[in-house]
Design a protein around this ligand. Structure first.
Ligand code: B16
Ligand code: MG
Length: 217
């Protein structure tokens, strides 16, 4: 059976969480409260809208719909400034090696990310040509842990869901992959991502032999 591989973006291909953090912190400070790195953990893999809802809850700030939308735009404009100069040096270790191996073996590759900025980030770091399909925050109506993003990616690759493998760093993303009946591979802390079928700290721990087994079975 033809296999497909789906990558999350933030925390798997690049570490954009640090830039999201700076932009959310700036907004929190502007609204008169602190936002810590620990609290930022709650935001990983979560849509921009839900992040702002959580942030306002943390700061006990209420907002009209108009104000909410303005803050979403402001946060994104700040985030775009932080990521403006991203380049290939920000790709996480050994990601290109795995992408190259998959390409050489003609395995279709998709991105399955919550970010509406995903395509431009892939372009900045020079990885766009590897991807046969990109499904991101602009294409889905239901955020992870809903499986929509990964099911759509499988569809665009022309691969059955149960023949797809997902690399994810967020609990909600692992849940989404499991709900889609895909093979879930957690990248990061195995205690946090305990629902994943396989766990690795990062791609430096993943051997080509492991990928070979994944794409053959
Ligand atoms: P944007 P992923 C997610 O990326 C981030 O982890 C999350 O913190 C962010 O809020 C979300 O993208 C939306 O990003 O504001 O750029 O649309 O891990 O799903 O690739
Ligand atoms: Mg992620």
């Amino acid at each position: 059976m033809k296999k497909g591989i789906i990558f999350d973006l933030d925390g798997v291909i690049v570490d954009t969480a640090k830039y999201h953090y700076l932009a959310w912190k700036k907004l929190a400070n502007q609204l008169g409260f602190e936002f810590t790195k620990n609290q930022n953990e709650l935001f990983k893999g979560v849509s921009r809208k839900v992040c702002l809802e959580i942030l306002l809850e943390i700061g006990k700030v209420s907002a009209t719909k108009e104000q909410f939308d303005i803050w979403m735009i402001e946060k994104n404009l700040d985030y775009l400034k932080y990521i403006e100069n991203m380049d290939a040096s920000e790709i996480l270790p050994d990601v290109p090696k795995i992408l190259q191996f998959l390409k050489e073996n003609k395995i279709p590759i998709a991105l399955g990310s919550a970010s509406k900025n995903a395509r431009s980030i892939l372009e900045k770091v020079g990885l766009l040509p590897y991807f046969d399909a990109i499904v991101d925050g602009n294409n889905v109506t239901k955020a992870k842990p809903d499986p929509e993003v990964f099911l759509l990616a499988a569809k665009q690759l022309g691969v059955s869901a149960h023949d797809c493998v997902v690399f994810e760093d967020a609990v909600a993303g692992v849940e989404a992959a499991n709900a889609a009946k895909m093979i879930s591979i957690g990248i990061g802390d195995r205690n946090v991502l305990s629902e994943a079928q396989f766990n690795f700290k990062d791609f430096t721990e993943i051997s080509i032999q492991f990928i070979e087994v994944l794409i053959k079975n």
